[in-house]
Design a protein around this ligand. Structure first.
Ligand SMILES: Cc1cc2nc3c(=O)[nH]c(=O)nc-3n(C[C@H](O)[C@H](O)[C@H](O)COP(=O)(O)OP(=O)(O)OC[C@H]3O[C@@H](n4cnc5c(N)ncnc54)[C@H](O)[C@@H]3O)c2cc1C
Length: 420
């Protein structure tokens, strides 16, 4: 595995250019280095035991309850959560180190990634005491898996236009509508749902959030086969689904504003940069070990230059995400910072896939099922899969609009944009 260690001096110099006034100066502490090693040793042992096979996009495509349970048993779920909610109150840096290694080794973390990284924090911030008591311990034990039910057939970037309805009926709400691109649809135990509760109000002000059991009568889930042929997402249909009012999450009709806040956290992680890191490692190894016309591929000046450029951009992306963690460490919501990092990192992921495909040549387009596929067929998978990264959790155009308005203070182009 390639060691991509940041040196503080390099970090300082680049930070001056990249971050302007945000000067950063840090080194990993002895404890952090030891923690990274502990995580690496654990992951390497698991690979040796064949408990998982490293895969691209393992954070969102690798569903292994067994792996998630092992993470829970190590105490590695919710490490930054407050102690009062069963967490360990550890730093955002520790969590980033943990996730960086999970991604570097392509571990199958999809059963807990969303719940641990996004939902747990939302629950202890906005949830009722009952929701905290019920959900947080289950997330920490790796027992529940969440799907994100925001997008609809006619609702994507303009999230506030959603039409799924939740109508009050005594102590209950009745849900009707359809969601699509719901993460983890085939595995989820719960849906984090956004639905319209006040159709008469301005569109952003009539939406509420709910946490609901994915097995309730009236819910039908149809897997979505994505561009890579995989089925990590799905469509979810709600046909008169009856949920108790205790499923309301946060404040009624404030769901849209709550989700904006949660999306900032969804955009904050290392997965947008390192989801396909295995391909980067593999392509470097390939270029060293493969000869064309008697000459190692890595001696081609154009290929060397492109690989080096990838490494330069990788380091910048990594620093942008460490900066996001620093913002979170200070207790601030990483809004513009996460938008910048995600835009840059998903673009890098697409560069990586394109360059890898070029270097591998025509064989590089073969899928893993072919015995002739180089680097285990990761290139076409990553080439196609990385297209979705710059759409999900807010497309790059929408994220740039956040940077333009909230980062640069430019006037908003339209009041209609809902920043998803
Ligand atoms: C792999 C993947 C996973 C996903 N996971 C989930 C999930 O778990 N849960 C969920 O609810 N949704 C999920 N989504 C849906 C995702 O959030 C939407 O695809 C995304 O918000 C874009 O919406 P759209 O597809 O309707 O495109 P549109 O909103 O129709 O946008 C089409 C294009 O127009 C651009 N555009 C739109 N509005 C503007 C504007 N105002 N200014 C400039 N450009 C604009 C967009 O950037 C995009 O390029 C996922 C999508 C993908 C591809």
């Amino acid at each position: 595995m390639q060691q991509a260690r940041l040196h503080s001096a390099e970090f300082d110099i680049v930070s001056l250019f990249v971050f302007g006034v945000y000067h950063m100066d840090f080194e990993f502490t002895v404890e952090q280095e030891a923690f990274r090693l502990e995580v690496r040793n654990f992951l390497e042992d698991e690979i040796k035991k064949d408990s998982f096979r490293p895969m691209c996009d393992g954070w969102i495509q690798g569903f292994s309850r067994n792996f998630t349970k092992k993470m829970a048993a190590k105490g590695w779920l919710g490490i930054t959560w407050p102690r009062e909610y069963g967490g360990q109150g550890r730093s955002q840096m520790d969590r980033l180190i943990l996730n960086e290694e999970i991604l570097r080794y392509g571990a199958p973390a999809a059963c807990h990634w969303v719940a641990e990284g996004q939902i747990g924090q939302a629950i202890y911030t906005y949830g009722t005491e009952e929701q905290k008591q019920e959900m947080l311990p289950k997330i920490l034990k790796g027992e529940i898996c969440f799907g994100l039910g925001m997008s609809e057939p006619d609702t994507g970037s303009d999230l506030a236009s959603l039409v799924t309805r939740a109508v009050e009926d005594g102590d209950y709400y009745i849900i009707n509508g359809q969601k699509m691109w719901t993460t983890c649809a085939g595995y989820m135990t719960h849906i984090f749902l956004l639905a319209r509760t006040d159709p008469a109000a301005p569109k952003q002000k009539g939406i509420s959030q709910f946490i609901i059991d994915a097995k309730l009568p009236g819910i039908t889930i149809r897997p979505t086969t994505d561009i890579t042929g995989r089925e990590a997402w799905g469509e979810v249909f709600f046909d008169n689904v009856r949920i108790h009012k205790t499923c309301l999450f946060g404040k009624k009709n404030r769901g849209f504003y709550q989700i904006l806040n949660q999306l900032d956290y969804e955009r904050s992680g290392m997965e947008w940069l390192m989801g396909n890191y295995l391909l980067f490692d593999a392509i470097i190894k390939f270029s060293k070990e493969t000869k064309r016309n008697g000459t190692p591929v890595c001696e081609d000046p154009l290929i060397r230059s492109r690989l080096a450029q990838l490494q330069v951009e990788f380091e910048v992306g990594r620093m942008l995400i460490y900066r996001v963690a620093q913002v979170m460490e200070k207790g601030k919501v990483p809004n513009v910072e996460a938008a910048i990092a995600k835009t840059f990192c998903t673009t890098w992921e697409q560069h990586l896939a394109g360059i890898a495909t070029d270097i591998l040549g025509l064989y590089g387009q073969l899928w893993k099922e072919s015995k002739y596929a180089p680097v285990t067929g990761m290139a076409p998978l990553s080439f196609l899969g990385s297209k979705g990264s710059s759409l999900q959790a807010g497309s790059n155009e929408i994220l740039k609009s956040i940077v333009a308005t909230r980062g640069l203070g430019l006037p908003s182009a339209t009041q209609e944009i809902s920043y998803k």
